[in-house]
Design a protein around this ligand. Sequence first.
Ligand code: ZN
Length: 141
Amino acid sequence: MENKTFYHEILTDHNLHPAHKHDLHDADYVLEGVNPNCGDDIWLKVKINDGRIEQASFLGDGCAISQASADMMLDLVIGKTKEDALRMTDLFLRMIQGETTESELEELEEASVLQNVSHMPARVKCAVLGWHTLKEILENE
Ligand code: ZN
């Protein structure tokens, strides 16, 4: 019960006060991620300098899970190297498949509240949208 409340609080907070939902005019990479099943549509903007994610943001619309997940992702990866950020995306995607250990979950910080989504198949695509989009940018960089 406590966990469930915590989950909703974090989701609500990231939807009402997203830290990274804004435009980024000098982005090096801009990529759209779409989840037609739910109507989630985000634009991810990333600025990479010297192998590091110097700045990143997202724009767009979608359900609470897709928006909160993208915002939490950017909390985690801004300032990290491309390699570290890719490791985080892999961790997150494995968590959604229910394949992470406790210590790996800790590394995901707030984003680990979305582990519940592994039991909600209909919401999986919402949760992974931002992470898949980031992964695509970083792997093709
Ligand atoms: Zn959604």
